[in-house]
Write a protein that binds this ligand. Structure first.
Ligand code: ZN
Length: 302
């Protein structure tokens, strides 16, 4: 079931927004819901992030339908090497800021098929993963033997001050109320703990070209940004400015913020075109993803 709510920007709470259009692409899983006709893609005029308006809330059953193992296996095979290089690079940056890793704890929220957990365990962290569906958490337990929790992270899932490092990779763009999760993450981190947040760059060169292509090929009045009704179902789009905004508002001090090219992510189709777009994006400073590492600051989270 889908419920719509008339809400302000999920990043900065501003009600100032500009309409970008109705979502341009709809896959079969959403077609049975009439509510989707009312959904728009908008840009916040305050923080410059994108979001859908009105906001969509999913029943637990529907959420599981969207994010089961098939979601991570969309191309037919679970690949062990999936973007591992990027995770290893990011964890090396974490180690630099963290110092000694032995005996320290790391949580990966929305751990999917476990690549970040593996990269963390390989450099000495005691790792725990949490994800919403047993098909993914069982997969990780079977494959790596790592500790996993199935469900949504809430204020009671872990004790306060439990983790030295928390990772939230390509999750925040799926959340209706991201500030609530960031407040929980802030509480469950130890003092001076590190928070790694990775999210697609919604203002990347690739996204801009995708939107222009959609206008020319399909419908000029629609938005091809976010694509909330097509896997991977993004409902918020961050750029550098809006990513910084939500982290600072949530009590984190940013120590590392990089836009990455996305070249480590192997494309299954249109390989040459996708690679060319990523190279152009990197040259223009409009790469495919944003990686931040922030420290839990002394100020209380909001
Ligand atoms: Zn905003």
């Amino acid at each position: 079931m889908i419920t719509l709510r008339n809400e302000n920007c999920p990043i900065c709470k501003s009600g100032n927004r500009r309409l970008l259009g109705k979502p341009g692409k709809i896959n079969d899983v959403f077609k049975k819901y009439n509510e989707i006709d009312q959904v728009n893609v908008v840009r916040c005029l305050e923080c410059s992030g994108k979001y859908i308006h009105p906001m969509m809330y999913f029943s637990e059953e529907f959420r599981k339908e969207l994010y089961n193992l098939d979601y991570f296996n969309a191309n037919g095979v679970l690949e062990d090497s999936k973007n591992v290089g990027e995770k290893v690079t990011i964890m090396a940056a974490v180690k630099k800021l963290c110092g000694e890793t032995r005996g320290k704890t790391m949580l990966d929220i929305g751990c999917g098929t476990g690549e970040f957990l593996k990269a963390g365990a390989d450099i000495g962290f005691d790792v725990t993963g949490i994800d919403v569906d047993t098909t993914t958490t069982d997969y990780i337990t079977r494959k790596y033997g790592f500790r996993t929790v199935t469900g949504l992270l809430g204020p009671k899932t872990f004790p306060q001050g439990r983790f030295d490092v928390t990772v939230l990779s390509h999750v925040i763009e799926h959340l209706q109320e991201p500030s609530e999760l960031l407040a929980v993450i802030h509480k469950t981190l130890k003092p001076n703990g590190l928070f790694v947040m990775c999210t697609p760059n919604s203002d990347s060169f690739g996204e801009d070209i995708h939107n222009v292509y959609g206008h020319l090929r399909y419908d000029r009045s629609k938005s091809y940004y976010l694509a909330p009704f097509q896997s991977p179902y993004h409902i918020i789009g961050f750029n550098r400015k809006s990513a910084r905004r939500i982290l600072e508002d949530s009590g984190f001090a940013i120590e590392y913020c990089k836009v990455r090219s996305g070249l480590e992510w192997e494309d299954k189709t249109r390989k040459f075109i996708m690679r060319s777009l990523k190279i152009m994006g990197a040259v223009l400073g409009k790469g495919a993803s944003i990686v931040t590492i922030s420290r839990k600051s002394e100020a209380a989270s909001v």
